[in-house]
Design a protein around this ligand. Structure first.
Ligand SMILES: NC(=O)c1ccc[n+]([C@@H]2O[C@H](COP(=O)([O-])OP(=O)(O)OC[C@H]3O[C@@H](n4cnc5c(N)ncnc54)[C@H](O)[C@@H]3O)[C@@H](O)[C@H]2O)c1
Length: 349
């Protein structure tokens, strides 16, 4: 028997930088236009920042969870094809997490993958979805179950975009920010507790620290485990229950709000199983309610809810995998949790 090794680690360097600042997006977009890039932009961003987008090669995308589909992927692929985009072309994706996930997936598949740049415009996409290379769409009612790992060439974060975000969409991102503190950094969690008013007021100095700290944490975990074989799954804290909430509510409950309720309910579940301390639950409850999140959820359709949990990518034949926070700042992954124990938990709420 002979063996040949395909040593990819040395050949492919997918490192990239995240630039964080304010009031510079217009300039960078003009520069990228002059370089001949192809643009995909969230329609609302186009309406709000029309003078940033004087480009010819532009696809306007309506960011809606129901539009995070293969039909949208086909539409964007068609746009690239019609514009004669080539293998060495570059795509610039400007918008929130939905636009970023769909655009990233298109870039990952067009001609087997072209370079792309993420310019996130929501808090959620700045601190989470634009970094780390997870791209994808919802398929047959399940969240993000078709996609690929593809790292962007650069992420440009211009926090000035946050000025036009609605309070609801802003809070949507705050849930992911709280998640970082809960699983990785107790000091950051305390910072968020102590600086709640500044965070909610979108104080730029506070945000500069918050966004940078979240990106650092995400970069660290992605560096160690790009394809989510280990510790990256910690970032799924709250997300297993959240995916079920999003699906059951037909996306009426937005991702971040579902994650907030998911973090609380998963911690409550963990406390009842002896995997988290009651103090942690109190801490989670306090910060989430202080920030204005609803931490309860009434299931509409039990079959749909639990099926969504089972079709979650984190589930396998042996059961569910949950990322939990036994104590603030130290996340832990728990595997092989029987679905029945989760069903019983919700039935006894
Ligand atoms: N890839 C990942 O690692 C990852 C991580 C977390 C979440 N996600 C995905 O991200 C998606 C949620 O992303 P999102 O919360 O950014 O939602 P989104 O993309 O739908 O944006 C929310 C809304 O805000 C609008 N908008 C965007 N930027 C704006 C701005 N600056 N001013 C005014 N309006 C603006 C959009 O048009 C949209 O209506 C979900 O589909 C989720 O699955 C992906």
């Amino acid at each position: 028997m002979q063996k040949v090794k395909v040593d990819l680690k040395k050949e492919v360097d997918s490192s990239y930088e995240i630039t964080i600042g304010s009031e510079y997006a217009k300039e960078i977009l003009q520069k990228l236009r002059d370089e001949g890039c192809f643009f995909m932009v969230d329609e609302n961003i186009f309406e709000l920042y029309g003078d940033f987008f004087t480009h010819d090669n532009m696809f306007r995308f309506r960011a809606d969870e129901h539009n995070k589909t293969h039909e949208s992927v086909v539409a964007v692929l068609g746009f690239l094809f019609r514009c004669n985009a080539r293998r060495d072309s570059k795509m610039v994706i400007t918008g929130g997490g939905i636009t970023g996930d769909v655009g990233g997936f298109v870039a990952a598949t067009y001609m087997r993958g072209i370079s792309f740049i993420q310019i996130p415009t929501t808090l959620l996409s700045m601190v989470d979805s634009s970094v780390g290379g997870k791209t994808g769409i919802n398929f047959r009612g399940s969240k993000n179950n078709v996609g690929s790992f593809a790292q962007p060439e650069h992420v440009y974060i211009d926090m000035s975009f946050l000025k036009t975000l609605t309070d609801e969409e802003y809070l949507n991102g705050v849930a992911e920010v709280i998640k970082y503190g809960a699983i990785f950094d107790a000091d950051f969690f305390t910072y968020l507790e102590e600086n709640k008013d500044k965070v909610l007021a979108r104080d730029l100095e506070t945000l500069a620290y918050v966004v940078k700290r979240c990106c650092e944490m995400k970069a660290l975990v992605v560096q160690k485990d790009e394809k989510e074989k280990g510790d990256r799954a910690l970032l799924n804290f709250g997300h297993t229950f959240a995916h079920a909430i999003e699906t059951d509510s037909d996306h009426v409950v937005k991702h971040g709000f579902a994650v907030a309720a998911g973090m609380y309910l998963e911690t409550d579940f963990a406390v009842k199983k002896g995997d988290a301390t009651p103090e942690t639950l109190q801490h989670m409850k306090r910060i989430l309610t202080d920030y204005g999140f609803d931490i309860s959820y009434e299931i509409i359709d039990k079959e749909k809810f639990f099926n969504a949990m089972l079709s979650d990518k984190k589930a396998d034949k042996k059961g569910l995998t949950l990322a939990l926070t036994p104590s603030i700042g130290s996340g832990k992954i728990l595997k092989n949790i029987p679905l029945q124990s989760v069903v019983d938990y919700f039935n006894n709420l």
